[in-house]
Design a protein around this ligand. Sequence first.
Ligand code: SAH
Length: 216
Amino acid sequence: MIQNDTFRHKGLRKKLVEEVRSKGITDNAVLEAMLQVPRHFFMDSGFLNFAYSDQAFPIGCGQTISQPYTVAFQTQLLQVSKMDKVLEVGTGSGYQAAILLQMGVRLYTVERHRGLFLNSKALLESMGYHPVCVYGDGYKGLPGYAPFDGILVTAGASEIPEKLIDQLAVGGRMVIPVGDDNGQVMTLIEKISPTEVKTTNHGNFMFVPLLKGKNG
Ligand code: SAH
């Protein structure tokens, strides 16, 4: 694992953050975290130009690291505060996790691919972050750690998993792309009482699918 964050990387990152800002992201805490986290650590070392362009990219196991704009959009919609307890479903490369950790949340993150789980856990720990990384099926959430102030799903769900709504604290927010292989609608679910949620839609996106069960 080569971890070298040079002035060149920092310069490229600054440009990327300006691009993401120009596309409509206004939350300075999100943009600041993006400025701090070296995205190239989360991709194979040869892909520097891709690390700092606003694009999704393959990370192995048929999965992708989300587009930086999408990471910023989902994080902004989640509206986290320092020390919030947050569940991420779909650790993948660990990049989105690092953005949330950089913002000071207490993060629980679940990944169903063992290889991605092992890589992202080791990388995040080597960067000095302390998430709880779990190898498992995020469709079920993590009932042992619930309730969560925020739940962020980073894969496209065909339906909103009821168990995740159950694990949301009252006043908590869940951000989840809902749809099929042709695209998903970014959906915000706010838990307004133990039995009521408010659901709003926030534009179209394209994610790899949220799948049930674990994979080797
Ligand atoms: N947040 C990631 C995005 C990865 S893509 C990043 O920043 O890189 C979505 C990830 O969700 C994939 O790694 C995929 O394996 C994972 N995933 C899909 N269904 C899942 C499930 N039911 N439980 C946990 N992870 C899941």
